[in-house]
Design a protein around this ligand. Structure first.
Ligand SMILES: *Cc1c(COP(=O)(O)O)cnc(C)c1O
Length: 513
């Protein structure tokens, strides 16, 4: 009998995941003592009380880091995911199904020397953004979780996207049996290439909808729906779940590439085991960088985690002062995937910083919702600043960094990566210890051709595809086929709604997926 069969046999076939998880359930909500097993947490996305699922024992010290680093990339993935998400049975086969043949590089996420630093290229998956690393894996986890828990209702994934999650989730979930996928993106708030990626999506179980609002509007509407339908069906036979990084199943696969980068530095002879490595992360919803903190909790010798923000610098201010204040102007920047004022995953870090005091976290989150700000204790801020630094990068500086990097090193970063490269320079000037610096690169420059061309001093010409070709000529690089191949494809989705109508739209359309 396989482990999945064994687990299944312990539950009635039609049982839905219930909040009465066994006491051994490793996950709990950040806002109450609601518990869940890993498969339940993945299926639910958000906890019923609106909190995020966390493992209070993340730093229990029972993970063989050295043994893990010696494995190949898929082996490291399987080992890390088995630790972070217990109860899924044969993680190795889920990992192989997720990644084999889907990434352009066998290393999954190659580490490239650029000047004195290293760039960790996370964008070689099917949609040319780092979200692919997690969103190739999530459908495998979701499908396995449905089997393990005996879920028979359809799982409909609601996704708010600042540009990249939408396409990566559509690519992962289209035509997956037992699931549907609905994506909301800010109308006129994503790049032309990102829009083309989403609006040309085929599949019988997909819906894509533009919202007259920003990412925060989309995310907050979707989170409210998760809370409202945590224990009930929005329409009979349907359960909602999330592909955003509020879902622990989305966050966990991102922990892996921090290990892959470390292993690569060891292999290159740049470090020996135990030496600290700093990571600079272009940040929006705080998922990617939190995954680095999880890697550190598992025992990986992570030095500092440097949070890089664009002109929407709410996190830079928070990590400096301990005051989180979203009452400020919202900027649409050339790094749209980071145009976020409410960074959901910070809630997980607050849980650990507050020593597991869920009442404290709940209070802060209510205050953020009702008053637009909160302030953490000096002790909690110290806890966070032990590991995190923060720098931001304005619009002019982003474009200047692309130009500088390309002319000085020959490496062409996208706008998000440029924000991080600029932050890396500030960090090195202010407080750097001398450890190797790994800058996470979250997207291909061909996803943002107009901005990158402008940065290089070229006037962008024609539509997004002509701009991609123009960028190829100027840079001597090839655009990823997943992007250039969109040209001429039919646009299949044209819904545009007001932000107040998101819930209605979901209820009207969720049944047809
Ligand atoms: C989503 C995204 C980010 C931000 O990642 P978070 O996990 O939301 O902090 C940065 N760059 C790109 C290109 C992205 O798509």
């Amino acid at each position: 009998m396989s482990l999945i069969d064994l687990l299944k046999s312990r539950r009635p076939a039609d049982a839905q995941p219930s909040s009465a998880a066994p006491a051994s359930a490793p996950f709990r909500s950040t806002r109450s003592d609601a518990r869940a097993t890993a498969p339940e947490a993945v299926l639910r996305g958000l906890a019923p009380d609106g909190g995020l699922y966390v493992d209070p024992e993340i730093a229990s010290g029972n993970f063989d880091v050295r043994g893990c680093l010696a494995l190949d990339p898929l082996g490291q993935s399987a080992k890390i995911l088995s630790r972070l998400l217990p109860g899924f049975g044969d993680m190795g086969s889920l990992v192989r199904r997720a990644y084999e043949g889907r990434f352009a590089s066998k290393e999954l996420t190659p580490l490239v020397p650029v000047g004195e630093n290293y760039v960790l290229e996370l964008f070689h998956g099917p949609t040319a953004a780092f979200k692919d690393v997690a969103l190739c894996m999530l459908p495998q986890l979701m499908t396995a979780a449905r089997e393990i828990t005996g879920m028979t209702d359809k799982t409909v994934i609601l996704t708010a996207t600042s540009g990249d999650t939408g396409k990566a989730a559509l690519e992962g979930f289209h035509d997956v049996p037992g699931t549907g996928i609905m994506v909301f993106f800010p109308h006129k708030g994503v790049s032309a290439v990102q829009e083309a990626q989403m609006l040309t999506q085929e599949g019988a179980n997909v819906a894509v909808c533009a919202v007259k609002g920003n990412f925060d509007d989309c995310q907050s509407a979707v989170k409210q729906l998760f809370s409202r339908y945590a224990d009930s069906a929005p329409v009979p036979g349907v359960r909602l779940s999330s592909a955003n990084s509020i879902n622990i199943g989305r966050l966990a696969p991102q922990v892996v590439y921090y290990f892959l980068a470390y292993a690569s530095l060891m292999k290159q002879g740049r470090i020996t085991y135990g030496a600290p490595v700093d990571y600079v992360v272009p940040t929006g919803n705080f998922g990617d960088i939190l995954a680095g903190w999880y890697a550190k909790q598992l025992g990986l010798p992570v030095g500092r985690l440097v949070c890089a923000s664009n002109a929407n610098r709410v996190l830079t201010d928070f990590l400096t002062t301990g005051v989180y204040d979203r009452r400020r102007e919202f900027f649409k920047t050339s790094s749209p995937s980071m145009d976020i004022l409410v960074s959901s995953n910070l809630e997980r870090l607050l849980f650990y910083a507050a020593g597991g005091d869920t009442a404290c976290v709940k209070n802060d989150m209510l205050r953020l919702q009702n008053s637009g700000y909160y302030k953490i204790s000096a002790k909690a801020l110290d806890f966070i600043r032990k590991d995190f630094s923060a720098y931001c990068c304005g619009e002019a500086e982003t474009l200047a960094e692309i130009r500088r990097c390309f002319s000085e090193t020959g490496y062409l970063p996208d706008t998000h990566t440029a924000v991080a490269l600029h932050a890396a320079q500030l960090y090195k000037k202010e407080e750097h210890s001398g450890a190797p610096v790994v800058v996470l690169s979250t997207a291909s420059p061909f996803k943002f051709p107009a901005a990158v061309l402008t940065a290089l001093g070229e006037a962008p010409e024609g539509d997004a595809f002509q701009q991609m070709a123009q960028l190829a000529r100027v840079s001597g690089l090839e655009p990823p086929v997943s992007l250039s191949g969109l040209q001429g494809k039919a646009y299949l989705h044209n819904d545009v709604i007001e932000k107040a109508d998101i819930a209605d739209y979901v209820l009207k359309n969720v049944g047809r997926l």
